[in-house]
Design a protein around this ligand. Structure first.
Ligand SMILES: Cc1cc2nc3c(=O)[nH]c(=O)nc-3n(C[C@H](O)[C@H](O)[C@H](O)COP(=O)(O)OP(=O)(O)OC[C@H]3O[C@@H](n4cnc5c(N)ncnc54)[C@H](O)[C@@H]3O)c2cc1C
Length: 418
């Protein structure tokens, strides 16, 4: 039976933009904490976010103490939210954000404006498509990202190719391998520019188990074919070229936050993470807006984003109750190493008594061994020797401010050892 569509409200206590794991977790927890009107605005026909088209496990260990497929997990999150009367508006795209919590939506009910006490932005990430990867060749049919492949296979029951080449070895590239296996697609190669695979060691045997040759230290020179993909020309770091016959190319990973709404609005965007500039509470440069989940930075797992959504809900409840201090002063966190790709949050609001995000999240550009060091007011307050790897989470305890605070930014540096 078709579910009755809720009418869009003119105002609400909290509007959640994006109904993925982070948004649904935040909305559910807000209702459980007694916030009266909470709406989720989701542009797709169903809420659940990326997991809706991940037909494979493992999802849900933190949230449901069970190992679920992405699709079952997405449905369970939606059910949990609806049970506590979260209003989920699907087919509803947020098209603009206004100062102080205003949003404009475009939906099947027409265009509308909503005034929200607080807005939580959770629009997630997307993969970098071929158009921005500067790979030469014509534009034949058969070029996809993992997300588009998964939505074809799991949501539209359609198979776009039979023998693709997979570009990349991030965690999501293995998600692509599993999707291919499910659909009877037999990838003919996996290509990695670096000498090592990006994903963790436990993923590494999968290409071999599935009989997919892996080419490391190799990049794509050209996609061949005019109407349809017929092959790719690749070259390794020694300069050896070869051609692989295939009928498709799958670009995986190289995630970027879905921050187009922020870029068109008044909110500050961090060029390093690609997401909004936030303080330790996930509060944006306009304090009526908060951000959570993968929009903050590329890229984390569903369970991690769900937990961030839970934490953000607690902070937003305090903000609605007037218990979250408006920042008297903010301290920037500055990177002093080109090896550090980004740091989130980017600022600390004072007064800061240790609540909010317990950790700063960092990512490295490339594999590096050395010592990561935090300095406050010129003094080293934290140091750790590590072997950092690209696309791996690095956590640094959020600096505390004790005694007299002097006007010095917090600096994070990395001294590489050979
Ligand atoms: C292709 C792909 C495969 C992945 N595979 C895995 C995996 O196997 N396991 C894993 O743990 N993680 C995986 N991830 C990471 C994934 O991002 C997280 O699992 C999780 O979905 C992040 O949750 P989120 O709520 O932050 O964002 P998302 O799940 O991305 O949800 C964001 C939601 O916001 C909506 N939205 C965006 N813009 C608007 C707008 N303007 N108006 C209204 N709605 C909007 C989107 O439609 C979407 O539903 C994958 C990511 C991608 C891109």
């Amino acid at each position: 039976m078709a579910r009755e569509a809720h009418l869009l409200p003119e105002s609400c206590d909290v509007a959640v933009v994006g109904g993925g794991p982070a948004g649904l977790a935040a909305a559910t927890c807000l209702k459980l904490a007694g916030v009266e009107s909470v709406v989720v605005l989701e542009r797709e026909p169903n809420a659940g976010g990326i997991p809706r088209h991940c037909g494979h496990p493992p999802f849900g260990m933190r949230e449901f103490n069970r190992c679920l497929t992405g699709q079952t997990y997405a449905r369970a999150l939606v059910e949990r939210a609806e049970k506590v009367d979260v209003r989920i508006h699907v087919n509803t795209s947020v098209v603009s954000l206004e100062v102080g919590g205003g949003i404009t939506v475009s939906s099947t009910q027409g265009d509308a404006s909503i005034t929200a006490g607080r807005v939580i932005l959770c629009t997630g990430v997307r993969e970098t498509p071929r158009s921005t990867r500067m790979v030469s060749g014509c534009r034949p049919l058969g070029i996809f990202t993992t997300g588009s492949l998964q939505s074809m296979v799991y949501l539209k029951n359609s198979i776009p190719f039979r023998r693709p080449v997979i570009i990349g070895t991030e965690l999501v590239s293995f998600s692509a391998l599993l999707t291919a296996r499910h659909a009877g697609i037999k990838p003919v190669a996996m290509i990695e520019e670096n000498a090592c695979m990006t994903a963790r060691a436990y993923c590494r045997p999968l290409p071999m188990i599935l009989g997919v040759p892996l080419y490391r230290s190799t990049h794509v020179l050209e996609i061949m074919g005019k109407e349809r993909v017929t092959g790719v020309r690749i070259m390794d770091n020694a300069g050896t070229e070869r051609t692989i016959d295939c009928d498709g190319v799958l670009f995986t990973g190289q995630f970027t936050p879905e921050s187009s709404l922020l870029r068109m609005a008044h909110l500050e965007v961090d060029p390093a993470s690609g997401g909004p500039v936030v303080d330790q509470y996930g509060r944006c440069s306009d304090p009526s807006f908060f951000a959570t989940g993968n929009l903050l930075r590329p890229v984390e797992t569903a369970g991690w984003c769900w937990r961030e959504g839970v934490r953000t809900a607690a902070v937003v409840v305090r903000s609605l109750d007037g218990q979250l201090p408006l920042s008297e002063r903010t301290f920037e966190i500055t990177s002093r190493s080109s090896l550090i790709k980004y740091i989130v949050p980017q600022i600390i609001s004072l007064p800061h008594n240790g609540d909010g995000a317990g950790h700063l999240q960092l990512r490295f550009q490339e594999s590096a061994k050395g010592s990561l060091c935090v300095q406050q007011n010129g003094e080293t307050t934290w140091r750790k020797t590590m072997h950092a790897k690209p696309e791996r989470r690095v956590l640094v305890p959020t600096p505390r401010f004790t005694g007299d605070v002097v006007d010095h930014a917090i600096e994070i540096s990395f001294s590489a050892t050979s």
